[in-house]
Design a protein around this ligand. Structure first.
Ligand code: ZN
Length: 398
């Protein structure tokens, strides 16, 4: 079976490379993915998918097979913007291929997986027709860069699809990634009493109230302990704003915005608690809150989500990791596990819903969002072999 699958994937090499080239050429910034979604749905139909459509949020969804075990392959197809200061070797939407490498925005994060998923399904349908022993969904999720997790949260919550296993196409450099640090955003607000600057003794300055909080947060960041394999969490003050009746007055409002990365054992409760302890220590009457992330998809669907994205990680002995390691060995001749430093749609599948999730894709995560995005095309061919075989190894591990 394995050799037949891989032979068929090899025979699709030309299709695979021209598909990923085309996906790079279609600009698809977050919130503006209509063209690429319609293109993907069209190609899925051509490739013989049993179903291909876009859902209520605007995600592209394809399905092959009808077996009892449901597997979801997800690649977000939105990208971050190209900024004026970025220096590209080749224009970011040209889809230039040179010496076996493809350059452009999304060549790392993370269009290659989408092309690999689609070709793997084409091959599976050609060999097995209507006799696939599993159900495989391929999702091209939208708006991930603005709202990690939300597109899959929507599918599970509102579209009636609940997979048993999930594979993410975020870059892993052909390793099996099995977790990531979580992240959340917080705000701390202090209030005071405004007064004329000439009579400042009559006021209470909200900025001064924030001062010890800032110092303690800096110390807290240094105190956070690493927990393997995810390493250490972090806390960063990303913004400070204040208000006063005028620039000649005592400020009566101060608010800081925090980015918090969470390792194993850190969650919403522990994070809020450690901040409240700082406030208690200095007897500061400040408010700690978690903001919402809001936005609009290309289909006009509004979303609103608390800015809390839970940590998740699976043990190397977990059946999904084991199946992925076996698949990697068969597809590329080696198997290594790892974790992401950044956040992925796994915050919804694994973090919120507890659905076993792993990642496997070409390219180095460190090149994401940079002008250095480049894909080694042969690595995508290897990943596509992985995608074609993985469902069978999940089944045999059950
Ligand atoms: Zn990504």
């Amino acid at each position: 079976m394995k050799s037949e699958l891989f032979k068929k994937v090899d025979a699709e090499k030309g299709n695979l490379f021209s598909l990923i080239q085309r996906l790079i050429q279609i600009k698809s910034y977050s919130g503006d993915e209509k063209e690429i979604v319609e293109y993907i749905v069209l190609r899925m139909k051509e490739f013989g998918f049993d179903e291909a459509y876009h859902d209520g949020f605007g995600n592209a969804i394809g399905k092959i097979g009808n077996g009892p075990i449901k597997i979801m392959y997800d690649a977000h197809i939105d990208t971050v913007k190209v900024t004026e200061t970025e220096n590209w070797i080749h224009p970011p939407f040209e889809g230039k291929i040179e010496n076996g490498k493809l350059y452009g925005r999304g060549a790392v994060d993370e269009k290659p997986a989408m092309a690999g998923f689609m070709i793997a399904c084409k091959v599976l349908k050609e060999i097995y027709g209507d006799d696939l022993p599993f159900t495989l969904y391929v999702v091209g999720s939208v708006l991930e860069e603005d709202a990690d997790g939300y597109p899959l949260f929507h599918i599970i919550q509102n579209e009636g699809i609940r997979p048993d296993f999930v594979v993410l196409g975020e870059p892993t450099d052909l390793k099996v990634y099995r977790g990531q640090r979580g992240r959340m955003e917080l705000k701390i607000t202090t209030t005071g009493k405004s007064a004329h600057g000439a009579h400042n003794h009559k006021g209470i300055n909200a900025i001064y109230k924030m001062q010890p909080v800032l110092e303690e947060i800096e110390k807290l960041d240094r105190r956070l302990k690493p927990k393997q394999p995810l390493g250490k969490g972090s806390i960063t003050v990303s913004q400070i704003i204040s208000k006063a009746p005028s620039l000649c007055s005592v400020s009566d409002y101060c608010q800081i915005h925090l980015d918090r990365r969470m390792t194993i054992g850190e969650n919403k409760t522990t994070v809020v608690k450690e901040l409240k302890e700082i406030l208690k220590k200095y007897k500061i009457d400040a408010k700690v809150s978690i903001p919402n992330v809001e936005g609009l998809s290309w289909k006009g669907r509004k979303f609103c989500q608390e800015a809390y994205f839970p940590t998740w990680v699976y043990d190397e002995k977990h059946s999904i990791v084991d199946a992925a390691m076996k698949t990697s060995k068969a597809a590329i001749g080696k198997a290594k596990s790892g974790v992401w430093s950044f956040s992925t749609n796994g915050v919804a599948t694994a973090g919120h819903f507890g659905i076993p999730t792993i990642g496997f894709a070409p390219s180095d995560e460190g090149l994401s969002h940079s002008s250095k995005e480049v894909l080694v095309l042969n690595d995508l061919l290897k990943a596509t072999k992985f995608y074609s075989l993985f469902p069978f190894n999940i089944l045999s591990g059950k």
